[in-house]
Write a protein that binds this ligand. Structure first.
Ligand code: NAD
Ligand code: UFG
Length: 332
């Protein structure tokens, strides 16, 4: 039996595919390369030394998704595919609702048709909106502050409803904090199409001269150095969290949310300083205005995942910064 990985050519998906293959799982990958490249598929095989079936298809194409379930014995789905740029979702909400919701709908319809009852969903810390306090645990109130976040909330609700309707169904709702870093081989990492939106890919663009300088969004927050605090997690730790979640959906039923973070908060200046120090490079930056919708602080209580999944992030900030830069050095 195989695990269907949607969005498996993307940043988190590709790292997870490697860990799944290394662990001896059979995988089938679906991606339309909207935000990834065909080379990622080759590299997953090269790094893991294993082959797998790849479908170049759109998850919103119900027929194409059905065919994958017809042609393969799918035991569980790890569902990464989706659009993820917050600002773009504010400008183009329908595009986000169409892709993220229709795509998930097609996957769930095909799962239903074929009796597949296990799913691991890429949710996000964004479902906590602007948290009233930190650290954030899974019982905190949920809210959406942009259309992207709303798609995550709606999909979590869809999965809760599906699990309520079918007591044999299991869904792990993985609420990622801020994934950064890259595979230690330097062969795969974050390689988005178009202009990046997140801090680390922007730092990389500045260091490679693609962008002149980094703008730090505000230094007047009520934090020790005035810049926002986030819970950065190494993408390989995050990938390993999916293996732990796979064990869990094989045993437990119901829709269960888990924070996947380190529990440590670092400021924007901490990231800049650590990146500069470990990679011996300067990051030109200026302090700009606050970015609308940014929480001053957002970091996790990761205890539930440790307790129930037996998973804990192990890689520190220095390694995250080193591996992110190592990926760039290997791909000049
Ligand atoms: P990514 O963009 O690198 O990967 C997503 C993949 O899905 C891409 O390869 C893209 O081509 C594919 N895709 C998108 N729409 C598709 C469609 N209709 N059909 C088939 N493939 C499609 O993003 P990522 O950083 O790897 O994120 C993976 C998931 O995790 C996303 O759902 C994202 O919302 C969620 N997430 C990411 C972060 C983050 O900071 N990276 C944080 C929280 C949650
Ligand atoms: N930042 C800057 N300058 C930039 C970009 C970012 O100062 O040019 C700051 C932001 O203000 C924030 C921090 O860097 O304080 C991190 O910003 P990101 O955009 O990298 O990440 P966010 O925490 O805003 O959001 C990310 C994803 C969301 C996801 C959330 C929680 O983009 O999709 O993490 O997982 F929901």
């Amino acid at each position: 039996m195989a695990i269907l990985v949607t969005g498996g050519a993307g940043y988190i998906g590709s790292h997870t595919c490697i860990e799944l293959l290394k662990a001896g799982e059979e995988i089938v990958v679906l991606d339309n390369f909207y935000n990834s490249k065909p080379a990622a598929v080759e590299l997953i095989s090269e790094i893991s030394g294993k082959d797998f079936k790849f479908y170049h298809a759109d998850m919103c194409d119900q027929e194409a998704v059905d065919d994958i379930f017809e042609e393969n014995d799918i035991e569980a789905v790890i569902h990464f595919a989706g659009y993820k740029a917050v600002a773009e979702s504010v400008r183009e909400p329908l595009m986000y609702y169409r892709n993220n919701l229709t795509g998930t709908f097609c996957i769930l319809e095909a799962m239903k048709k074929h009796g597949c009852k296990k799913i691991i969903f890429s949710s996000s810390a964004t479902v906590y909106g602007i948290p009233e306090k930190v650290p954030v645990d899974e019982t905190f109130p949920l809210s959406a502050i942009n259309p992207y976040g709303n798609t995550k909330l709606i999909i979590e609700d869809m999965l809760r409803d599906v699990c309520n309707a079918d007591k044999d169904f299991s869904a792990a709702l993985l609420r990622y904090f801020n994934p950064i870093g890259a595979h230690e081989s330097g062969k795969i990492g974050e390689d988005p199409n178009g202009i990046p939106n997140n801090l680390m890919p922007i730092i990389i663009n500045v260091c490679t001269g693609k962008q002149e300088k980094l703008t730090v969004f505000g230094n007047d927050y009520p934090t020790p150095d005035g810049t926002c605090i986030r819970d950065y997690i190494h993408v390989v730790d995050l990938a390993l969290g999916h293996l732990a979640a796979l064990r869990s959906v094989r045993e437990k039923k119901g829709a269960i949310p888990y924070n996947l973070g380190t529990g440590n908060g670092y400021s924007v200046l901490d990231i800049i300083n650590t990146f500069e120090r470990v990679n011996n490079i300067k990051i030109p930056y200026v302090i700009g205005d606050r970015r609308p919708g940014d929480a001053a602080e957002c970091y996790s209580v990761p205890d539930k995942a440790a307790r129930e999944l037996g998973w804990k992030a192990e890689r520190g900030l220095e390694q995250m910064c080193r591996d992110a830069w190592n990926f760039v050095q290997h791909n000049k």
